[in-house]
Design a protein. Structure first.
Length: 347
C-alpha cells in the first residue's frame, strides 16, 4: 500500500537557529551547549541559567533526530495538554488519536500542568524530534514557545480556544462567552448574588477568561462581580469545599455560585451537604466540563459542556489535510465551535 502523499516541507536548516548560534551568544563552545542538553549535571548552575535564557530567547530547538530515526518523523504528531490525568481533555485526546491512527499517524503526548515553562520544554523536545505536526492548548504561551511556534516548519494547531488573529490553525471556542452563558442563565433564573470560584491551578488562564465573561455580564446588569480564589495548588475537591464553606458564611451569602470546573463544583456540593444546606434552594451551583460524574451527583450538576471530542477530531483532520494525507479541501484555519448548557437539578 502506498503511503499518503506528504505536503512539501521547506528545509529544516533554512533560517533555523543552530547550536553554534547559541554557543556564540553565550560565549562558550558548542560542546558546552551540547553538554547542557545531554549532561546538564556537568554544567554549572550559573552557566545553565545563562544557556537556558539564550535557548529560550533565540528559540533554539535541538535536533534529536539521527540516522535511521529521521525517516520516522513524518508519522508522529506532538500534542501538549495542560493535564493528561484530568477528565476534561480525555475526549479530545481520544478523538485526535483515533482520527490520526486511521491514516497511519501516531500521537505523542505531553502535559504542561498549566505551566508555561513546562509547555516550552515539551514543545522544544517535540520539535527536536521533527514531528509531522504540533498541537498546543490555548494561546497562553511563554516568549520562547511563541518564537518556536512562529518558526516551526510543520503545521501548528491551537486547540481549546479561538483566537482568529493568531497564525496557527484554531480549533476551539470562546471562553469569555462561556462565562457570559453561565451568568446569563443564572440571571434569567432570578439569581442576583452570583459568585465565581476560580481554579486552584495557578496557570489555568482560560478559566480567567470565563471569569471575565461572568464579571462583564454581571456589571452590565448593574450587579457587582464576586470572585473567590481558592488556595493555589489545593486539590480541586478541597478547593471547592474551601469556596463553599467560606462563601456560605458571609452575610449576605451568594444565592448562586459558578465554579471554574466540575471538580470544584462537586467539592462545593459535597461540602454543602455536610453543612446541611439544600441545593439549589439555599444556593444554586454551576460547573464547567460536564464530567462523567456530573449527572450522578445529588443534586445532579448544571454545567456547560465543551465540544471536547469535536475539538480532537477536527484538529486531527486539519493536520491530516495540511500534510496531504487526506484530499479534503480547503483547509479551514479557523474552526469556531460552541459549548452547550446542560440544565440539571443544581441550578
Amino acid at each position: 500500500m502506498s503511503s499518503p502523499t506528504q505536503a512539501p516541507r521547506k528545509r529544516r536548516s533554512a533560517g533555523r537557529v543552530t547550536l553554534t548560534d547559541v554557543a556564540r551568544d553565550v560565549g562558550v563552545s558548542s560542546l558546552t551547549i551540547s553538554r547542557f542538553f545531554n549532561h546538564p549535571e556537568q554544567v554549572s548552575e550559573e552557566l545553565r541559567e545563562r544557556i537556558g535564557e539564550a535557548v529560550s530567547r533565540l528559540g533554539y530547538v535541538p535536533n534529536l533526530v539521527a540516522g535511521s530515526l529521521a525517516s520516522a518523523r513524518g508519522r508522529i504528531v506532538g500534542m501538549v495538554i495542560p493535564n493528561i490525568s484530568g477528565p476534561i481533555f480525555a475526549a479530545t485526546i481520544q478523538g485526535f488519536s483515533d482520527t490520526l491512527a486511521r491514516h497511519g499517524y501516531q500521537l505523542l503526548l505531553a502535559s504542561s500542568y498549566f505551566s508555561e515553562e513546562q509547555e516550552e520544554s515539551a514543545v522544544r523536545a517535540f520539535l527536536g524530534w521533527s514531528p509531522a505536526a504540533l498541537v498546543v492548548t490555548s494561546h497562553f504561551h511563554s516568549e520562547g514557545t511563541e518564537k518556536m511556534l512562529a518558526e516551526a516548519d510543520v503545521p501548528v494547531v491551537e486547540i481549546w480556544d479561538y483566537q482568529p488573529e493568531r497564525a496557527p490553525i484554531q480549533v476551539g471556542f470562546l471562553h469569555h462567552e462561556v462565562g457570559v452563558m453561565a451568568a446569563e442563565y443564572l440571571l434569567g433564573k432570578g439569581y442576583r448574588r452570583i459568585a465565581f470560584v476560580q481554579n486552584s491551578a495557578a496557570g489555568d488562564l482560560s478559566a480567567l477568561d470565563r471569569r471575565d465573561g461572568y464579571a462583564a455580564t454581571l456589571q452590565a446588569a448593574g450587579l457587582e462581580p464576586w470572585v473567590f480564589v481558592p488556595q493555589i495548588g489545593s486539590a480541586p475537591f478541597e478547593a471547592g469545599k474551601q469556596a463553599m464553606d467560606t462563601l456560605m458564611k458571609r452575610n449576605p451569602r451568594p444565592d448562586a455560585i459558578i465554579f471554574a470546573n466540575d471538580n470544584l463544583a462537586a467539592g462545593g456540593l459535597l461540602a454543602a451537604q455536610r453543612a446541611g444546606l439544600r441545593m439549589p434552594e439555599d444556593c444554586a451551583v454551576m460547573g464547567f466540563g460536564d464530567y462523567a460524574f456530573a449527572e450522578m451527583l445529588l443534586p445532579s450538576l448544571t454545567t456547560i459542556k465543551p465540544p471536547a471530542l469535536e475539538i480532537g477530531e477536527i484538529a486531527a483532520l486539519r493536520v491530516l489535510q495540511r500534510l496531504g494525507a487526506i484530499d479534503e479541501k480547503p483547509v479551514e484555519r479557523l474552526n469556531l465551535l460552541t459549548c452547550r448548557l446542560i440544565e440539571r437539578e443544581s441550578a
